[in-house]
Design a protein around this ligand. Sequence first.
Ligand code: AMP
Length: 110
Amino acid sequence: MACIFCQIIERTIPADVVHEDDDLIVFKDINPKGAIHVLLVPKTHIATVNDLEIHHIPVMGHMFEVVQQLAATWDIVEQGYRLTVNVGRGGGQEVDHIHMHMVSGWMRRP
Ligand code: AMP
């Protein structure tokens, strides 16, 4: 299995998982861009936004439900946070398994 996020879902490589349910896994980014930086990843392997189909709408909607839950848990609703979905190499996507970045608390550059 080549996909690194599928391997995290299958628990064949480790990750710092902060949420998991039947359809979605959320884990900390290994190279965080903020004090909070997690990746929300559907358990179904969908390569990019370009590959989304109508039957994927529920899981993509569920992603936003989980974002709201995590924002409340981490008390960043008022402060705010950034959600990013990179698409394709030109869009900065490195891992070809659709995912949303959730980032808050930007770190100062040295
Ligand atoms: P993207 O550039 O949108 O495809 O984002 C991929 C993200 O996955 C990057 O921010 C990486 O730091 C992160 N990443 C890659 N491998 C791992 C891993 N094994 N565990 C956690 N995050 C990872």
